[in-house]
Design a protein around this ligand. Structure first.
Ligand code: FAD
Ligand code: NAP
Length: 331
């Protein structure tokens, strides 16, 4: 009697490979408002969606406290609670939600091959990309220390909390100009911290900033640190760094807004999916369609303009409907 059968390694490897390959109809990448909304619509349309959450389960809103501008929550809601609600609603209709990061894609065939965590392969008939965009920070320790306590990367989201107060915006591009102008309508005073002696923003936006009385531009200033006992109370700046006129300047503020750009999370798709020069996925206007039929994009990853939870959710709905129509035409 043969007690120990020699192991057939080829077979083991083959089986392991088979186990690691899964064929599905609809894959959703990302677990922010766009991804979960796509999952709600796709599961209700019987697409049996599989959603991979990425590292940040629930997306950007899990890094904030109060969300006061999302309809349906009259008393407001915290970001983490809201995203848990989104997840539960998607699961209620059968969406499968798994933790995992997309590490590679191959969109060259009729079916789309997506690698998860460098080891698992998903073969999908349709893919919805909802990987968001990440705000850039200066990299100061105090930005982390005061996160949610005076530091924000979204004036539309948090400006309201600084009504009648003094704030600073860092950056010199269109976003900074737009955020400073928006905040000027709410706050007593807005400092615009610009590292060079000119703005990068378009002429029309520059004119708007300059014409706004309660915006003061601090030219050639760079941020060194933030200070405060219970949240941001001020910012330390260096003026004309590296010149003989170099000077340390401290200003009192209640809120510090970053507006130095966003990085769309698209590196892994760039080989196949067309993006603009910043990296945002280009979609056919009024739809979620990308340059590849069957691959759709929703949320901040394709939206350089609005970047709000409600717009992300709306475009997640569009992507699921576009995917459903695409799949029904494939049959
Ligand atoms: P995100 O929420 O960014 O989610 C992206 C998802 O993609 C994440 O789950 C991430 O893990 C996943 N992902 C990324 N790469 C991969 C990968 N390779 N593989 C798998 N998954 C991946 N908006 C409002 O409307 N109201 C507010 O009050 C508000 N407050 C905010 C406060 C803060 C601090 C921040 C940062 C943003 C705030 N916003 C607010 C903006 C709002 O969070 C975004 O507009 C919204 O979350 C965008 O949703 P999304 O689904 O497109 O992407
Ligand atoms: P951006 O154009 O890249 O500008 C980023 C700004 O932040 C620049 O002024 C840059 O300074 C500054 N900056 C970068 N790193 C910094 C640092 N470490 N310290 C201090 N300052 C720093 O980004 P954006 O303003 O987000 O715009 C992105 C794109 O969206 C642009 O194409 C823009 O036109 C577009 N946009 C359009 C509108 C609109 O039309 N309404 C609104 C928003 C955005 P330097 O200038 O010195 O490099």
């Amino acid at each position: 009697m043969e007690l120990f059968k020699p192991l057939n390694l080829d077979k083991v490897i083959q089986n392991k490979e088979i186990e690691n390959v899964e064929n599905i109809k609809c894959l959703i990448i990302g677990s922010g408002p766009a991804g979960y909304t796509a999952a709600i619509y796709a599961s209700r349309a019987n697409l049996k969606p599989l959603l991979y959450t990425g590292l940040e389960m629930g997306g950007q809103l899990t890094t904030t406290t109060e969300v006061d501008n999302y309809p349906g929550y009259p008393a407001g809601v915290t970001g983490p609670v809201m995203m848990e609600d989104f997840k539960k609603q998607a699961e209620r209709f059968g969406a499968e939600i798994r933790f995992g990061i997309v590490t590679d894609v191959d969109f060259s065939g009729k079916k789309y091959k997506v690698t998860i965590d460098d080891k698992k392969i998903i073969i999908a008939d349709a893919v919805i990309i909802a990987t968001g965009a990440t705000a850039k920070y200066l990299g100061l320790e105090s930005e982390t220390k005061y996160a949610g306590m005076g530091v924000s990367a979204c004036a539309t989201c948090d400006g309201f909390f600084y009504k009648g107060k003094d704030v600073a915006v860092v950056g010199g591009g269109d976003t900074a100009a737009e955020e400073a102008t928006y905040l000027a309508g709410l706050c007593r005073k807005v400092y615009l911290i610009v590292r060079r002696n000119e703005l990068r923003a378009s002429k029309v936006m520059q004119d708007k900033v300059i014409a706004t009385k309660n915006i003061e531009i601090l030219w050639e200033h760079q941020t060194i640190d933030l200070f405060g006992e219970n949240g941001v109370e001020g910012v330390t700046l260096i003026k004309k760094k590296g010149t003989t006129n170099e000077e340390i300047v401290k200003i009192k503020i209640d809120g510090f807004f970053l507006a130095i750009g966003h990085k769309p999370n698209t590196d892994v798709f760039k080989k196949y999916i067309e993006t603009d020069k910043v990296g945002y996925i280009k979609t056919v206007p009024g739809t979620s369609k990308t340059n590849i039929a069957g691959v759709f994009a929703a949320g901040d990853v394709q939206d350089p303009h609005y970047r709000q939870a409600i717009t992300a959710a709306g475009s997640g709905c569009m992507a699921a409907i576009d995917a459903e129509r695409y799949l029904s035409e494939l049959k």
